[in-house]
Design a protein around this ligand. Structure first.
Ligand SMILES: *Cc1c(COP(=O)(O)O)cnc(C)c1O
Length: 463
Protein backbone atom coordinates (compact mmCIF):
# COMPACT_ATOMS: atom_id res chain seq x y z
CA UNK A 1 0.00 0.00 0.00
CA UNK A 2 1.15 3.47 -0.86
CA UNK A 3 0.33 6.33 1.50
CA UNK A 4 0.03 9.92 0.36
CA UNK A 5 0.21 13.22 2.20
CA UNK A 6 -3.04 15.09 2.82
CA UNK A 7 -1.20 18.24 1.76
CA UNK A 8 -0.02 16.89 -1.59
CA UNK A 9 -1.06 13.59 -3.16
CA UNK A 10 2.26 13.41 -5.00
CA UNK A 11 4.15 13.14 -1.69
CA UNK A 12 4.02 9.42 -0.95
CA UNK A 13 5.51 6.83 1.40
CA UNK A 14 5.56 3.09 1.95
CA UNK A 15 4.09 1.67 5.15
CA UNK A 16 7.60 1.42 6.61
CA UNK A 17 8.46 5.03 5.76
CA UNK A 18 5.09 6.21 6.98
CA UNK A 19 5.29 4.53 10.38
CA UNK A 20 8.87 5.69 10.90
CA UNK A 21 8.26 9.28 9.83
CA UNK A 22 4.93 9.88 11.56
CA UNK A 23 4.13 13.06 9.65
CA UNK A 24 4.78 13.52 5.93
CA UNK A 25 7.77 15.77 5.10
CA UNK A 26 5.42 18.50 3.85
CA UNK A 27 3.60 18.57 7.19
CA UNK A 28 0.59 16.60 5.90
CA UNK A 29 -0.82 13.37 7.33
CA UNK A 30 -0.52 10.04 5.59
CA UNK A 31 -3.62 8.42 4.07
CA UNK A 32 -3.89 5.11 2.22
CA UNK A 33 -4.03 5.60 -1.54
CA UNK A 34 -6.69 2.91 -2.00
CA UNK A 35 -8.94 2.01 0.87
CA UNK A 36 -9.73 -1.66 0.24
CA UNK A 37 -13.41 -2.66 0.18
CA UNK A 38 -14.01 -5.90 2.04
CA UNK A 39 -15.76 -8.67 0.14
CA UNK A 40 -19.01 -10.25 1.32
CA UNK A 41 -17.01 -13.31 2.27
CA UNK A 42 -14.67 -11.23 4.42
CA UNK A 43 -17.62 -9.52 6.12
CA UNK A 44 -19.09 -12.95 6.81
CA UNK A 45 -15.76 -14.04 8.25
CA UNK A 46 -15.82 -11.01 10.55
CA UNK A 47 -19.38 -11.79 11.61
CA UNK A 48 -18.30 -15.30 12.53
CA UNK A 49 -15.16 -14.26 14.39
CA UNK A 50 -15.29 -14.31 18.15
CA UNK A 51 -12.52 -11.93 19.18
CA UNK A 52 -11.03 -8.56 18.32
CA UNK A 53 -7.87 -10.27 17.09
CA UNK A 54 -9.78 -12.55 14.70
CA UNK A 55 -11.76 -9.64 13.30
CA UNK A 56 -8.58 -7.62 12.95
CA UNK A 57 -6.84 -10.40 11.01
CA UNK A 58 -9.35 -10.08 8.17
CA UNK A 59 -8.95 -6.31 7.92
CA UNK A 60 -5.18 -6.23 8.53
CA UNK A 61 -4.67 -8.66 5.65
CA UNK A 62 -6.30 -6.18 3.31
CA UNK A 63 -4.69 -3.05 4.75
CA UNK A 64 -1.15 -4.33 5.38
CA UNK A 65 -0.96 -7.67 3.58
CA UNK A 66 1.01 -6.29 0.63
CA UNK A 67 3.70 -4.98 2.94
CA UNK A 68 4.13 -7.69 5.56
CA UNK A 69 4.29 -11.46 4.99
CA UNK A 70 1.12 -13.24 6.12
CA UNK A 71 2.63 -15.18 9.02
CA UNK A 72 4.45 -12.18 10.48
CA UNK A 73 1.32 -10.04 10.17
CA UNK A 74 -0.82 -12.67 11.85
CA UNK A 75 1.60 -12.92 14.77
CA UNK A 76 1.77 -9.16 15.08
CA UNK A 77 -2.02 -8.78 15.22
CA UNK A 78 -2.43 -11.69 17.63
CA UNK A 79 0.20 -10.28 19.97
CA UNK A 80 -1.01 -6.66 19.83
CA UNK A 81 -4.72 -7.35 20.26
CA UNK A 82 -4.77 -9.75 23.17
CA UNK A 83 -7.99 -8.34 24.64
CA UNK A 84 -11.56 -7.94 23.41
CA UNK A 85 -13.89 -4.99 22.87
CA UNK A 86 -17.30 -6.21 24.06
CA UNK A 87 -20.61 -4.56 23.25
CA UNK A 88 -22.94 -3.96 26.17
CA UNK A 89 -26.53 -2.74 25.94
CA UNK A 90 -26.83 0.23 28.29
CA UNK A 91 -30.39 1.33 27.56
CA UNK A 92 -32.95 0.73 24.86
CA UNK A 93 -31.25 1.11 21.51
CA UNK A 94 -27.98 2.38 23.03
CA UNK A 95 -24.98 0.08 23.09
CA UNK A 96 -21.52 0.69 24.55
CA UNK A 97 -18.57 -0.61 22.58
CA UNK A 98 -16.19 -1.01 25.52
CA UNK A 99 -12.70 -0.16 24.36
CA UNK A 100 -11.15 -0.18 27.83
CA UNK A 101 -10.19 -3.81 28.32
CA UNK A 102 -6.55 -3.32 27.29
CA UNK A 103 -3.54 -2.85 29.61
CA UNK A 104 -4.07 0.89 30.29
CA UNK A 105 -7.87 0.73 30.15
CA UNK A 106 -8.33 3.11 27.23
CA UNK A 107 -8.81 2.72 23.49
CA UNK A 108 -5.37 4.12 22.74
CA UNK A 109 -3.97 0.71 23.70
CA UNK A 110 -5.12 -0.66 20.35
CA UNK A 111 -3.18 1.76 18.18
CA UNK A 112 -0.18 2.01 20.49
CA UNK A 113 0.31 -1.76 20.77
CA UNK A 114 -0.07 -2.24 17.04
CA UNK A 115 2.38 0.52 16.22
CA UNK A 116 4.98 -0.78 18.69
CA UNK A 117 4.96 -4.20 17.07
CA UNK A 118 5.02 -2.80 13.56
CA UNK A 119 8.05 -0.70 14.44
CA UNK A 120 9.70 -3.73 16.00
CA UNK A 121 9.05 -5.69 12.81
CA UNK A 122 10.65 -3.01 10.65
CA UNK A 123 13.59 -2.67 13.03
CA UNK A 124 14.47 -6.37 13.10
CA UNK A 125 18.09 -7.05 12.36
CA UNK A 126 18.86 -3.38 12.76
CA UNK A 127 21.65 -2.69 15.24
CA UNK A 128 20.52 0.83 16.02
CA UNK A 129 18.03 1.50 18.77
CA UNK A 130 14.93 3.40 17.76
CA UNK A 131 14.05 6.18 20.19
CA UNK A 132 10.40 7.05 20.53
CA UNK A 133 9.68 10.51 21.90
CA UNK A 134 6.24 11.28 23.22
CA UNK A 135 4.89 14.31 25.05
CA UNK A 136 1.81 13.63 27.15
CA UNK A 137 -0.73 15.40 29.26
CA UNK A 138 -1.75 12.02 30.69
CA UNK A 139 -3.39 9.26 28.70
CA UNK A 140 -1.24 9.06 25.58
CA UNK A 141 1.91 8.54 27.65
CA UNK A 142 0.50 5.51 29.42
CA UNK A 143 -0.86 3.84 26.29
CA UNK A 144 2.37 4.42 24.35
CA UNK A 145 4.67 3.44 27.22
CA UNK A 146 2.75 0.25 27.95
CA UNK A 147 2.34 -0.53 24.25
CA UNK A 148 6.11 -0.40 23.74
CA UNK A 149 7.07 -1.95 27.08
CA UNK A 150 9.65 -4.69 26.59
CA UNK A 151 9.65 -4.38 22.78
CA UNK A 152 13.27 -5.11 21.75
CA UNK A 153 15.27 -2.45 19.95
CA UNK A 154 13.03 0.43 21.03
CA UNK A 155 13.49 2.97 23.82
CA UNK A 156 10.62 5.22 24.82
CA UNK A 157 11.03 8.64 26.39
CA UNK A 158 7.84 10.08 27.84
CA UNK A 159 7.89 13.80 28.60
CA UNK A 160 5.23 15.10 30.95
CA UNK A 161 4.60 18.29 32.92
CA UNK A 162 5.58 17.85 36.55
CA UNK A 163 2.63 18.07 38.92
CA UNK A 164 0.09 18.43 36.12
CA UNK A 165 -1.10 14.89 35.50
CA UNK A 166 -3.24 12.91 37.92
CA UNK A 167 -1.43 10.61 40.36
CA UNK A 168 -2.99 7.56 38.75
CA UNK A 169 -2.05 8.64 35.23
CA UNK A 170 1.51 9.36 36.34
CA UNK A 171 1.85 5.88 37.84
CA UNK A 172 0.91 4.30 34.53
CA UNK A 173 4.07 5.46 32.78
CA UNK A 174 6.56 6.22 35.55
CA UNK A 175 6.62 2.80 37.22
CA UNK A 176 7.43 0.59 34.24
CA UNK A 177 11.23 0.63 34.00
CA UNK A 178 12.77 -1.56 31.26
CA UNK A 179 12.87 0.39 27.99
CA UNK A 180 10.62 3.18 29.24
CA UNK A 181 11.96 6.40 30.77
CA UNK A 182 9.67 9.10 32.14
CA UNK A 183 11.00 12.64 31.96
CA UNK A 184 9.44 14.92 34.51
CA UNK A 185 9.64 18.34 32.95
CA UNK A 186 9.57 21.48 35.10
CA UNK A 187 7.07 23.17 32.81
CA UNK A 188 3.74 22.81 31.02
CA UNK A 189 2.47 20.27 28.49
CA UNK A 190 3.17 22.83 25.78
CA UNK A 191 6.80 22.96 26.94
CA UNK A 192 7.01 19.17 26.67
CA UNK A 193 5.59 19.24 23.18
CA UNK A 194 7.98 22.04 22.18
CA UNK A 195 10.98 19.99 23.40
CA UNK A 196 9.89 17.00 21.33
CA UNK A 197 9.32 19.16 18.26
CA UNK A 198 12.73 20.76 18.66
CA UNK A 199 14.39 17.35 18.86
CA UNK A 200 12.68 16.25 15.64
CA UNK A 201 13.86 19.44 13.95
CA UNK A 202 17.43 18.96 15.19
CA UNK A 203 19.16 17.55 12.09
CA UNK A 204 22.47 17.01 13.91
CA UNK A 205 20.73 14.93 16.54
CA UNK A 206 18.78 12.96 13.94
CA UNK A 207 21.99 12.13 12.14
CA UNK A 208 23.22 10.43 15.32
CA UNK A 209 20.08 8.77 16.55
CA UNK A 210 16.90 7.29 15.08
CA UNK A 211 13.97 9.27 16.45
CA UNK A 212 10.30 8.45 15.94
CA UNK A 213 7.07 9.98 17.14
CA UNK A 214 4.26 7.84 18.51
CA UNK A 215 1.58 10.48 18.57
CA UNK A 216 -1.89 9.84 17.25
CA UNK A 217 -1.25 11.13 13.75
CA UNK A 218 1.00 8.14 13.02
CA UNK A 219 -0.81 5.96 10.51
CA UNK A 220 0.12 2.85 12.50
CA UNK A 221 -1.82 4.17 15.46
CA UNK A 222 -4.71 5.52 13.44
CA UNK A 223 -5.60 2.73 10.97
CA UNK A 224 -5.81 -0.20 13.46
CA UNK A 225 -8.59 1.69 15.21
CA UNK A 226 -10.83 0.66 12.32
CA UNK A 227 -10.67 -2.94 13.61
CA UNK A 228 -12.94 -2.47 16.61
CA UNK A 229 -15.71 -0.77 14.66
CA UNK A 230 -16.12 -4.03 12.75
CA UNK A 231 -15.86 -6.02 15.97
CA UNK A 232 -18.64 -3.91 17.50
CA UNK A 233 -20.84 -4.22 14.44
CA UNK A 234 -20.43 -7.99 14.25
CA UNK A 235 -21.52 -8.40 17.87
CA UNK A 236 -24.57 -6.26 17.22
CA UNK A 237 -25.74 -8.04 14.07
CA UNK A 238 -25.12 -11.50 15.44
CA UNK A 239 -26.96 -10.65 18.65
CA UNK A 240 -23.91 -11.31 20.82
CA UNK A 241 -24.05 -8.02 22.65
CA UNK A 242 -24.35 -8.53 26.39
CA UNK A 243 -27.89 -8.08 27.76
CA UNK A 244 -28.85 -8.27 24.17
CA UNK A 245 -32.34 -8.74 23.07
CA UNK A 246 -30.44 -7.19 20.19
CA UNK A 247 -32.82 -8.22 17.47
CA UNK A 248 -30.63 -9.47 14.68
CA UNK A 249 -30.76 -6.32 12.74
CA UNK A 250 -32.20 -7.20 9.37
CA UNK A 251 -31.43 -3.76 8.10
CA UNK A 252 -27.78 -4.12 8.96
CA UNK A 253 -27.74 -7.61 7.49
CA UNK A 254 -29.09 -6.27 4.24
CA UNK A 255 -26.50 -3.58 4.32
CA UNK A 256 -23.80 -6.22 4.44
CA UNK A 257 -25.06 -7.47 1.12
CA UNK A 258 -25.01 -4.09 -0.50
CA UNK A 259 -23.29 -1.46 1.54
CA UNK A 260 -23.15 0.82 -1.45
CA UNK A 261 -26.92 0.93 -1.65
CA UNK A 262 -27.30 1.27 2.07
CA UNK A 263 -25.05 4.25 2.28
CA UNK A 264 -26.89 6.06 -0.46
CA UNK A 265 -30.42 5.57 0.67
CA UNK A 266 -32.41 6.91 3.57
CA UNK A 267 -32.60 3.97 5.93
CA UNK A 268 -35.56 3.44 8.19
CA UNK A 269 -33.44 1.97 10.93
CA UNK A 270 -29.76 2.46 10.20
CA UNK A 271 -26.84 1.62 12.46
CA UNK A 272 -25.38 4.79 13.89
CA UNK A 273 -22.09 5.16 15.78
CA UNK A 274 -21.31 7.89 18.34
CA UNK A 275 -17.66 8.77 18.91
CA UNK A 276 -16.35 10.90 21.82
CA UNK A 277 -13.79 13.03 20.02
CA UNK A 278 -10.74 15.20 20.63
CA UNK A 279 -8.13 14.88 17.91
CA UNK A 280 -10.66 12.92 15.80
CA UNK A 281 -8.33 9.99 15.09
CA UNK A 282 -10.89 7.57 16.44
CA UNK A 283 -13.74 8.99 14.38
CA UNK A 284 -11.62 9.14 11.24
CA UNK A 285 -10.79 5.44 11.67
CA UNK A 286 -14.55 4.82 11.77
CA UNK A 287 -14.99 6.69 8.50
CA UNK A 288 -12.24 4.57 6.97
CA UNK A 289 -14.04 1.45 8.24
CA UNK A 290 -17.17 2.69 6.49
CA UNK A 291 -15.23 3.08 3.25
CA UNK A 292 -14.09 -0.51 3.71
CA UNK A 293 -17.71 -1.63 3.83
CA UNK A 294 -18.81 -1.27 7.44
CA UNK A 295 -22.58 -0.79 7.17
CA UNK A 296 -22.87 2.44 9.14
CA UNK A 297 -24.79 5.36 7.79
CA UNK A 298 -24.22 8.14 10.29
CA UNK A 299 -21.47 8.99 12.74
CA UNK A 300 -22.15 11.26 15.69
CA UNK A 301 -19.15 13.40 16.61
CA UNK A 302 -19.50 14.02 20.36
CA UNK A 303 -17.43 16.87 21.75
CA UNK A 304 -17.07 18.55 25.10
CA UNK A 305 -16.87 22.37 25.27
CA UNK A 306 -14.08 22.19 22.68
CA UNK A 307 -16.49 22.23 19.79
CA UNK A 308 -14.68 23.39 16.65
CA UNK A 309 -15.90 20.38 14.66
CA UNK A 310 -19.60 20.57 15.63
CA UNK A 311 -19.33 24.25 14.82
CA UNK A 312 -17.84 23.46 11.41
CA UNK A 313 -20.62 20.96 10.70
CA UNK A 314 -23.25 23.57 11.51
CA UNK A 315 -21.70 26.61 9.86
CA UNK A 316 -19.11 25.23 7.38
CA UNK A 317 -16.57 27.52 9.09
CA UNK A 318 -13.56 25.85 10.68
CA UNK A 319 -12.03 27.99 13.42
CA UNK A 320 -9.33 26.23 15.42
CA UNK A 321 -8.63 27.90 18.76
CA UNK A 322 -6.88 27.23 22.09
CA UNK A 323 -8.55 24.45 24.05
CA UNK A 324 -10.45 24.95 27.29
CA UNK A 325 -10.15 22.47 30.18
CA UNK A 326 -13.09 20.12 30.85
CA UNK A 327 -13.83 16.99 32.89
CA UNK A 328 -13.43 14.93 29.70
CA UNK A 329 -9.85 16.14 29.44
CA UNK A 330 -8.56 13.69 26.84
CA UNK A 331 -10.89 15.51 24.44
CA UNK A 332 -9.62 19.01 25.25
CA UNK A 333 -8.35 19.79 21.78
CA UNK A 334 -8.87 23.11 20.04
CA UNK A 335 -7.22 22.23 16.71
CA UNK A 336 -7.94 18.54 16.01
CA UNK A 337 -5.05 17.11 14.02
CA UNK A 338 -7.09 14.50 12.15
CA UNK A 339 -9.66 16.97 10.85
CA UNK A 340 -7.47 17.25 7.78
CA UNK A 341 -7.97 13.54 7.15
CA UNK A 342 -11.75 13.93 7.35
CA UNK A 343 -11.72 16.78 4.83
CA UNK A 344 -9.50 14.69 2.61
CA UNK A 345 -11.80 11.65 2.75
CA UNK A 346 -14.75 13.70 1.57
CA UNK A 347 -12.92 15.81 -1.00
CA UNK A 348 -13.25 18.91 1.22
CA UNK A 349 -16.99 19.02 0.60
CA UNK A 350 -19.02 20.26 3.53
CA UNK A 351 -22.25 18.92 2.04
CA UNK A 352 -20.81 15.42 1.75
CA UNK A 353 -19.32 15.51 5.23
CA UNK A 354 -22.59 16.54 6.84
CA UNK A 355 -24.37 13.65 5.13
CA UNK A 356 -22.46 11.22 7.30
CA UNK A 357 -21.40 13.23 10.31
CA UNK A 358 -23.51 15.06 12.90
CA UNK A 359 -21.98 17.16 15.65
CA UNK A 360 -22.94 17.25 19.34
CA UNK A 361 -21.37 19.25 22.15
CA UNK A 362 -21.75 19.00 25.92
CA UNK A 363 -20.78 21.19 28.85
CA UNK A 364 -19.22 19.70 31.98
CA UNK A 365 -22.60 20.02 33.70
CA UNK A 366 -24.32 18.01 30.99
CA UNK A 367 -21.62 15.33 31.03
CA UNK A 368 -21.91 15.01 34.78
CA UNK A 369 -25.70 14.90 34.62
CA UNK A 370 -25.62 12.14 32.03
CA UNK A 371 -23.23 10.08 34.18
CA UNK A 372 -25.54 10.54 37.14
CA UNK A 373 -28.72 9.62 35.28
CA UNK A 374 -27.33 6.60 33.51
CA UNK A 375 -25.95 5.24 36.76
CA UNK A 376 -29.19 5.95 38.66
CA UNK A 377 -31.50 4.43 36.05
CA UNK A 378 -29.36 1.74 34.39
CA UNK A 379 -26.62 1.01 36.93
CA UNK A 380 -23.97 1.56 34.27
CA UNK A 381 -21.01 3.77 35.17
CA UNK A 382 -19.90 5.89 32.24
CA UNK A 383 -16.56 7.61 32.13
CA UNK A 384 -16.75 11.34 31.31
CA UNK A 385 -15.63 10.81 27.69
CA UNK A 386 -18.00 7.94 26.96
CA UNK A 387 -20.76 10.03 28.55
CA UNK A 388 -20.60 12.50 25.65
CA UNK A 389 -21.07 9.59 23.24
CA UNK A 390 -23.98 8.22 25.25
CA UNK A 391 -25.67 11.61 25.36
CA UNK A 392 -25.26 12.11 21.60
CA UNK A 393 -26.83 8.66 21.11
CA UNK A 394 -29.74 9.58 23.36
CA UNK A 395 -30.33 12.87 21.55
CA UNK A 396 -30.16 11.17 18.17
CA UNK A 397 -32.67 8.50 19.16
CA UNK A 398 -35.05 11.12 20.55
CA UNK A 399 -35.04 12.72 17.09
CA UNK A 400 -35.03 9.39 15.18
CA UNK A 401 -37.09 6.94 17.22
CA UNK A 402 -36.28 3.29 16.71
CA UNK A 403 -32.63 3.87 15.80
CA UNK A 404 -29.81 1.82 17.19
CA UNK A 405 -26.72 3.66 18.27
CA UNK A 406 -23.42 2.17 19.33
CA UNK A 407 -21.24 4.60 21.25
CA UNK A 408 -17.54 4.14 21.93
CA UNK A 409 -16.71 3.84 25.63
CA UNK A 410 -13.15 5.13 25.27
CA UNK A 411 -11.84 4.66 28.82
CA UNK A 412 -12.64 2.77 32.01
CA UNK A 413 -14.49 4.95 34.56
CA UNK A 414 -12.04 3.93 37.32
CA UNK A 415 -9.43 6.08 35.56
CA UNK A 416 -11.41 9.17 36.62
CA UNK A 417 -12.29 8.43 40.25
CA UNK A 418 -13.01 12.01 41.38
CA UNK A 419 -15.28 12.87 38.45
CA UNK A 420 -17.16 9.57 38.73
CA UNK A 421 -17.64 9.95 42.48
CA UNK A 422 -18.89 13.49 42.13
CA UNK A 423 -21.36 12.64 39.37
CA UNK A 424 -22.70 9.30 40.57
CA UNK A 425 -21.92 9.23 44.28
CA UNK A 426 -20.18 5.87 43.90
CA UNK A 427 -16.74 4.65 43.01
CA UNK A 428 -16.14 2.51 39.95
CA UNK A 429 -14.57 -0.80 40.91
CA UNK A 430 -10.87 -0.56 40.15
CA UNK A 431 -9.61 -3.34 37.89
CA UNK A 432 -6.62 -5.31 39.17
CA UNK A 433 -4.25 -3.98 36.54
CA UNK A 434 -5.00 -0.41 37.52
CA UNK A 435 -4.32 -1.31 41.17
CA UNK A 436 -1.04 -2.88 40.13
CA UNK A 437 0.07 0.41 38.59
CA UNK A 438 -0.90 2.31 41.73
CA UNK A 439 1.31 0.01 43.80
CA UNK A 440 4.38 0.57 41.59
CA UNK A 441 7.24 2.88 42.47
CA UNK A 442 7.55 6.13 40.52
CA UNK A 443 10.89 6.59 38.78
CA UNK A 444 11.56 9.70 36.74
CA UNK A 445 14.37 11.80 35.33
CA UNK A 446 13.74 15.42 36.26
CA UNK A 447 14.71 17.99 33.67
CA UNK A 448 14.26 21.70 33.11
CA UNK A 449 11.97 22.88 30.31
CA UNK A 450 15.04 23.70 28.32
CA UNK A 451 16.22 22.20 25.05
CA UNK A 452 19.91 22.13 26.02
CA UNK A 453 19.00 19.94 29.02
CA UNK A 454 16.87 17.62 26.91
CA UNK A 455 19.55 17.36 24.24
CA UNK A 456 22.13 16.50 26.90
CA UNK A 457 19.85 13.76 28.22
CA UNK A 458 19.40 12.28 24.74
CA UNK A 459 23.14 12.44 24.02
CA UNK A 460 23.82 10.54 27.24
CA UNK A 461 21.23 7.95 26.23
CA UNK A 462 22.80 7.49 22.85
CA UNK A 463 26.21 6.58 24.25
C1 LIG B 1 -7.72 10.26 23.31
C2 LIG B 1 -9.05 10.08 23.92
C3 LIG B 1 -10.25 10.52 23.29
C4 LIG B 1 -10.23 11.30 21.99
O1 LIG B 1 -9.89 10.49 20.90
P1 LIG B 1 -9.47 11.16 19.51
O2 LIG B 1 -9.06 10.03 18.65
O3 LIG B 1 -8.31 12.08 19.84
O4 LIG B 1 -10.63 11.90 19.01
C5 LIG B 1 -11.47 10.23 23.88
N1 LIG B 1 -11.53 9.58 25.06
C6 LIG B 1 -10.43 9.16 25.70
C7 LIG B 1 -10.58 8.45 27.01
C8 LIG B 1 -9.15 9.37 25.17
O5 LIG B 1 -8.06 8.95 25.83
Amino acid sequence: MIYYSTKDKKVTASLEEGVKRGMAPDGGLYMPQHIPVLTRKELEEIKNSNSLAKTAQVIARRLFGDDIPAVALEELVEDALNFDTPVVEVSEGIYALELFHGPTLAFKDVGARFMARLLQYYNKGNEQQVHVLVATSGDTGSAVANGFLGVPGISVHVLYPSGQVSALQEKQFTTLGKNITALEVAGSFDDCQALVKQAFADEALRAEMTLTSANSINLARFLPQSFYYFRGWSQLVTGLATTGQVAADQMAADQVASHQVASNQQDVNPLVVAVPSGNFGNLTAGLVAREMGLPVHTFLAASNANDVVPEYLETSKYTPRPSVPTIANAMDVGAPSNFERILNLFGHRHDRITQHLKGYRYSDDQISKTMKQVYATKGYILDPHGATGYEAAREYIAAHPGSKVMFLETAHPAKFPETVKEATGVEAATPERLKAFAAGKKQTVEIAADYAAFRQYLDDRNN
